[in-house]
Design a protein. Structure first.
Length: 162
């Protein structure tokens, strides 16, 4: 009985098709996390980099921290928020710093992005810190509400390493 081959597709074409499909899949896998949308925002006088991975996972980092937060231990690349986006809603964890403490303090926040995508507000119960330990949480005061303002589109660039 003779060996059967695909009647409509020559073997060379089939091999080429398989090679193209495999290389396209590997390229998509390799560009996953690196294919983040990067925008520049401001928060309380600090320049921030907001990265959106696939539109779902969100990370906001300091690019140029203002002097007063820099004294508290914030550096270029320090993460302010890490969370998720559902439409215009945001949920996740924000971080706060205290001078003299050698770690950050994480707390839950949720918020929204304005319909024109120029403003984002995150709210949560900020930690009360004494002697570098969390002793409670309060829904008011410094760090309880984080407001971010988007920089105009002509200023948006992809910052390597952020």
């Amino acid at each position: 009985m003779p060996r059967t081959m695909l009647p409509t597709m020559p073997r060379a074409f089939f091999n080429l098709f398989a090679l193209i499909t495999l290389s396209t899949s590997l390229l998509a896998l390799a560009s996953g996390p690196a294919a983040a949308r990067t925008e520049v925002w401001f928060h309380n006088g600090s320049e921030m980099v907001w990265k959106s991975y696939g539109g779902f996972r969100q990370v906001i980092k300091y690019r140029v921290p203002r002097r007063s937060v820099h004294w508290n231990g914030v550096q270029n690349g320090s993460v302010l928020f890490r969370g998720w986006r559902f439409g215009r809603r945001l949920v996740g964890y924000a971080r706060t710093w205290r001078r003299g403490c050698h770690r950050t303090f994480r707390y839950k926040v949720r918020g929204w992005i304005s319909p024109d995508r120029r403003r984002a507000v995150l709210q949560g119960e900020r930690p009360v810190i004494e002697n570098c330990r969390v002793v409670g949480y309060v829904p008011f005061g410094r760090d309880a509400t984080l407001v971010l303002e988007r920089v105009p589109a002509y200023y948006d660039v992809n910052y390597p390493g952020y």
